[in-house]
Each structure stands twice: as structure tokens, then as C-alpha cells.
Design a protein. Structure first.
Length: 519
């Protein structure tokens, strides 16, 4: 692939500005607290955009376009079904997190269930960040960079992670959030132009509709489809709770809000942006099938459209935005990994007396180590033999069940005991990981296993029943200070603005209407 000189200059200029922002934030922020939470000074527009940028990473752009190239708009379910779980995050989980003054999810586990649960979630969180966020983002970014520069995949991943590591190590979360807004605007605008120009090239909406199979326009599919409706409706909530309410990468952005109301409004803003996501990031895959039906790898659909449809200059701008978003996605994951390891492993278990400067230095070292591990994990994704969407969703589906169960029961049911949580996390976590290895290795056979989203649902229901039974059969925790949501709000002085609930109601009506339109 050959880019015009103007495009190359745009990309180079964009990346230089990005690195300068990171250096500026290094000089502006001096403490470990600033490195991990950006000083807790951000308002809802920044929170919404940075959540969007984290959620709509190059990994999602590549995987969504690839999914749409082979299956149509079924991937819209993974965006339009997110709103109930963002309500759960902002109205149920967030008050607990703010009241507990936590920085990491393991800290919340310590407060709710004790040291053993804390230790488990620390390791589990580090594992999930390395595999899903870092490995998946690097693989997706490697595809983009290798196709643009015509270099091997592993070289592309190394180049990308070196830039991202230097960026996050000096700038921290504040640098990440500050650049997310502009990158979100660039990607949204560029993708919108891409869709319009591709439609003009196809000729009409009718040509587009007739150019792909009719089932491409259905949100819910039959049992014979790769994504049957019942698998989505049953399996998505398991991953939805885990991803939006307990994942360090997402929650850390909301915890950086100036106040709980700013965090809630930021979550609402994310849902508004998600309304348009399928049109911007799934449609390019469908359009690509009409224009370029013979791609050997569906994961190359998005970048194929960018480089063949957009005019000179705009190609460079969108690729620069994608590259910067890729750097930020990896930087976010590296920052989250560094935050959890530094605060939940180093400070608690190795050096409890470490000051803020020492913690910041340890966090920077850990960032570099995590980046090296991520390269090997990212490259291994190319050897699995599935498209990126199925890989990442499949892994998340197996990681999610024990955390979804323990977090949900932890905030909604006071009777949930520490003993039951320990058994559910350690036993359930081991069970899920074993099943995931058997599933991906196709042992005993691929036909033996149900759809991975159904499997995730079965695991979640089984673990929830197990934890409830064990809790009822065991003695209540002694000296438990577990509070209901109402008690948490009262004790911390948190009062939910009625306008917040009104906005959620309006959004719920809009999302339900979309499903009625697309049947």
C-alpha cells in the first residue's frame, strides 16, 4: 500500500503532536495519584468521549467491520444493548465506588469480601488487561500498521507498543483523556465521510441493500446463524456487567470524574454516542463487501475502505486518528495494568511505605514490562484461526461469569458471604479458564460446544446459584459493614439528580425504538 506524501505528512504531524501532549502532561502532573486518575478533575464531556475512545478502539473498528463484512448488522446488538449496563454502572456501582474512594476494582473487592477476594481479582484483572485489552488492541493495530507500511505483523506491533509505552509512561491517564476527545471527533467524522463516499460510489441505498444477503439487515437471527438471537440476549448481559461495571479500563475513566454526577452524565453521553456507532463502524464492512467482495481476510475490510475510498489528505488524517486511537487504547490498558499492579501488588504486598514518587516510578517500570508481554500475546492471536471479533468476545465471555456474579451479588445482596465469594471466584475462575482452553482448542470437537455466548450464560447462572446456596448455608460474615445502595448514598451524601433518571428514560425509549425499526 502506497500513501501520498501529504497523507504521510499528516500522519507524522499528528503523532508528533500526540507525543508532545504526553510530554506536556509529564511536566504538569507530578504524583502517582495524577498518573493513575488524572487528579479526578474531569467533567462529563471528557468522561463520555474518553469512554467512547476506549470502547471504540481500533480493535473494535477492525473487528466490527470484519464482522459486518461476513454477517451484516448483527454486531449492532453489542452497542445498542449496552445501555442497561451503563445504567447499572452509573446508578448502582458508581455510588459504591465513590463512597469507598477506590482507585482499582481489587480495592472494592477488599472492602466487600476481604483479602482473598482482593488477591484473586488483582491477578484476574491483570490477566484480562494483558489478554483482551493489550493483546487484542495490539493485534488489531498490527493489522492496520502492517497493511499501511507493508511490514510484517510482529514488526508493526513492536513499533506501535514502543510509541504507546513512552506516551503513557510519561503522561499517565491525564494525557490519555486529554487526547481522546479530539481523536473521537476525528474518527467519528472520518468514518461518516467514508460511509457517505462509499454510498455515492455504490450509487444508491437500493444498490447497497440488494448487494448483500437479506439477512444482513436483521438484528436478531435464527438458531442456524453464527449469532442466534437467544445467544445474544442471554449471553450479552454476562459480558455487559463485567465489561461496563467491573472492568478496570472502563471504570477507571469514570472514577477520574470530578464528581459522581459528572461520571453519571458521562455514561449517558456514551450511550448517545453508541446510538450512531453501528452506522459508522459496521456499515463500512457491509459497504466493503459490495465494493470489494474478494478480501482474503475480513479483518482488513475497514482499512481497505479507508485507503481506497477517501481522498488524499483525509486518508492521512483518518489513519493518523486511528493510529493515535490505537496508541491511546494500548496506553489506557498499560495505564490500567500499571495502576492495578502498583497499588494492589507493590504497595500492599511489597512496599507498603512507598511514597507517591516511588509509586510513580514503579508504575512506569511495570508499564514497560507489560508492553513486552503484550507483543507476544498479540502475535499469538494471529495463530488462533478466528476473526478478531470472535476471539475477543469469546475470551471475554469466559473471563466474565465469576466476576459478574460476585460483583452483582456483592452490591445487590447483603447476605452474600466472603466464603461464598472466595469459592465462586477461585473455583469458578479455574473452571471458566479450563473450559475456555478446551473451547478454543476444539476439544473434544467444535460441534461438542454450544455457542460461546450461551456457554457464558450457562456458566454465569451455575455460578450464581452456587454462590447463593453457599451463602445461605454458611454463617453471615462477622463485623460486616455491607450497606444497601440507599445507605451508601445517605452515608456519603450522594443525591442523584432527577434529571439523570429522566435522561436515562429518554434513552431507553430511543433504544427500544431502534429494535422495533430493525425488528
Amino acid at each position: 500500500m502506497t500513501l501520498h506524501l501529504i497523507d504521510n505528512l499528516v500522519i507524522l504531524s499528528y503523532l508528533i503532536v500526540l507525543l508532545l501532549i504526553g510530554l506536556f502532561m509529564r511536566n504538569a502532573k507530578k504524583t502517582g495519584h495524577d498518573l493513575f486518575l488524572g487528579g479526578k478533575t474531569f467533567k462529563w464531556p471528557l468522561i463520555g468521549f474518553t469512554l467512547f475512545a476506549t470502547n471504540v478502539s481500533p480493535m473494535m473498528l477492525v473487528s466490527y467491520a470484519g464482522l459486518a463484512y461476513t454477517t451484516g448488522i448483527v454486531g449492532a446488538n453489542f452497542e445498542w444493548l449496552a445501555w442497561p449496563f451503563l445504567i447499572l454502572l452509573s446508578m448502582v456501582f458508581l455510588p459504591y465506588y465513590f463512597a469507598g474512594k477506590v482507585t482499582t476494582m481489587p480495592e472494592f473487592m477488599m472492602q466487600r469480601y476481604g483479602k482473598r477476594a482482593y488477591s484473586f481479582l488483582t491477578g484476574y484483572t491483570l490477566f484480562s488487561i494483558l489478554v483482551i485489552w493489550l493483546g487484542g488492541s495490539l493485534y488489531a493495530g498490527g493489522i492496520i500498521v502492517s497493511q499501511i507500511l507493508n511490514i510484517p505483523l510482529w514488526v508493526a506491533m513492536v513499533v506501535t507498543v514502543v510509541i504507546a509505552t513512552s506516551y503513557t509512561a510519561v503522561g499517565g491517564l491525564a494525557a490519555i483523556i486529554k487526547t481522546d476527545v479530539f481523536q473521537s471527533v476525528v474518527i467519528i467524522s472520518g468514518s461518516a465521510v467514508l460511509v457517505v463516499l462509499a454510498l455515492l460510489k455504490i450509487g444508491s441505498i437500493d444498490n447497497l441493500v440488494q448487494g448483500v444477503p437479506s439477512h444482513f439487515w436483521h438484528l436478531f437471527r435464527s438458531s442456524s446463524d453464527d449469532y442466534p438471537w437467544y445467544a445474544i440476549l442471554l449471553g450479552y448481559p454476562v459480558v455487559g456487567v463485567y465489561y461496563f461495571c467491573t472492568d478496570q479500563n472502563i471504570v477507571q475513566k469514570v472514577l477520574a470524574a470530578k464528581s459522581i454526577e459528572e461520571g453519571q452524565r458521562g455514561s449517558i453521553f456514551l450511550v448517545v454516542l453508541k446510538i450512531f456507532t453501528p452506522m459508522l463502524f459496521l456499515f463500512p464492512g457491509i459497504l466493503c463487501l459490495v465494493l470489494y467482495p474478494d478480501l482474503a481476510n475480513s479483518d482488513r475490510a475497514y482499512i481497505t475502505m479507508v485507503t481506497n475510498i477517501l481522498p488524499t489528505g483525509l486518508v492521512g488524517l483518518l489513519i493518523a486518528g486511528l493510529s493515535a486511537a490505537l496508541i491511546n487504547a494500548i496506553a489506557t490498558a498499560l495505564n490500567s495494568f500499571s495502576t492495578v499492579f502498583t497499588l494492589d501488588v507493590y504497595k500492599r504486598a511489597i512496599n507498603p511505605t512507598a511514597d507517591a514518587v516511588k509509586l510513580k516510578h514503579i508504575g512506569q517500570i511495570v508499564t514497560i514490562v507489560a508492553a513486552i508481554l503484550a507483543v507476544f500475546i498479540g502475535f499469538s492471536f494471529s495463530l488462533i484461526g478466528k476473526n478478531l471479533f470472535n476471539i475477543t468476545q469469546g475470551i471475554a465471555g469466559f473471563i466474565a461469569p465469576p466476576l459478574t456474579v460476585v460483583f452483582l451479588l456483592g452490591v445487590l445482596w447483603r447476605r452474600a458471604t466472603r466464603f461464598s465469594a472466595d469459592l465462586t471466584m477461585y473455583g469458578g475462575g479455574a473452571l471458566c479458564l479450563i473450559i475456555s482452553f478446551l473451547y478454543f482448542l476444539k476439544i473434544p470437537s467444535e460441534a461438542f460446544w454450544p455457542h460461546f455466548m450461551l456457554l457464558s450464560f450457562y456458566l454465569c447462572i451455575g455460578l450464581m446459584a452456587f454462590m447463593i446456596i453457599v451463602s445461605l448455608m454458611s454463617k453471615p460474615d462477622e463485623n460486616s459493614n455491607v450497606q444497601t445502595l440507599r445507605e451508601v448514598n445517605k452515608a456519603s451524601g450522594i443525591k442523584t439528580n432527577k434529571k439523570i433518571w429522566l435522561l436515562w428514560t429518554v434513552l431507553a425509549v430511543i433504544m427500544i425504538s431502534l429494535y422495533i425499526i430493525f425488528k
